[in-house]
Write a protein that binds this ligand. Sequence first.
Ligand SMILES: [Zn+2]
Length: 433
Amino acid sequence: MTQLYIGIDDTDSKEGMCTTYVGAVVIEKLRKIGSKLVGFPKLIRLNPSCPHKTRGNCSIAFAIEIQEAQIPRAKNIVLSTVQELAELHVETTNPGVVFYQHKQIPAKLRSFSKKVVQDIVTIEEAEVLAGEIGAEVHKFKFGRGIIGALAAIGNTLECDQTFELITYRIPKNRGTPRKVDADSVAEMDTKTYPRTFDNLDPSTGEIRITPHTPCPILYGIRGESPAAVKKAHKLVKDLEPIERVMVYKTNQGTDEHLRRAKISDARPYWSVIVDGAVCQTPRVIMGGHVIFRIRDETGEIDCAAYEPTRQFREVVKKLIVGDRVRVYGGIKEKPELPRTINLEKLAVLKLVPVLRKENPRCPHCGKRMKSEGRNKGYSCKKCKVRASPSSAKIVKLKRRVDLGKFEVPPRARRHLAKPLVRDIHVRFPKREF
Ligand SMILES: [Zn+2]
């Protein structure tokens, strides 16, 4: 027996299909010819700020054990399945398949995988790397998918990982409304959260496990372990037949796309974590988006909480100039606008005090005394009492925002963004600062 890695990417389009489905079908076919799946297949989300991304920007990879003599047949099965299922008629769908027949993942391939999640990589770079490490690439049309296919093989998920159990619909139901018992989803959430997460939107109660695209997925349950998502799956009542079920190991919900950066280093198409002080008060612009600006020792950058982030904007609006924050989010290039971080999360690290001068109270009637003018002291007209300028008190007003981390609701969250509930170090900021 020998081990073969298989990576697939860019088979879907806005109109349908899903690379995870192609993977599930391929795995079943390979099982039928006697190959054995090694561990869990991987679902790898790629740079969410990439301008060429497909619908969900996910690629898949898995390893099989197979008899050497069967390898040509296995490769044929993979390629013909991609040919058959991929949305090849859609211009932006350019699948890629990669085969890699080594036991170890070389360091070069790992760093390439990281770059594909955090930065922009060209097809040429992928081809050069494949040549260097001896990976076999197959391009369909432009074959942009070889980037994600290689990246999925090379991502070892060693820092963090989550799992997603995906159920698929039978062909005749695809494109029709999904039939899942809503009460059973709520019950599943009650019984399995936070070992599973993003099942419901906490503010609206909306079911989040069913997608809104015409793809073959009925629902996907995300969680911390295979056991957690399998338990949750048993609790969900499906009201339509399920063609197949697959559990993927994934970088979803891990923040793998984020990198720490100073403002002057932050580049378009990156997703960054930046510390800074608010230097322009948040303002609401047309469409209900909230924009503010932060500064560090290297420069200034705008931060945006867009309308779909809903109640998250209420926190953002309460920031004032001088507050210290840590922002998390992607940078998109829009030539007509200043460079902007699209907020995914926000940590409020330090709030500046808001001070107000309070006039003294009259010692006789208890009413607030009136100012007689700048540095002229205070008086009560009724009681004919006067007080010195120093009798005024400086009081600290209560800020309406707390220290801590805040996140956009699940409906506005990127697949890669780590939900706060996964963050066991939420007791920050006291510890960290
Ligand atoms: Zn008085």
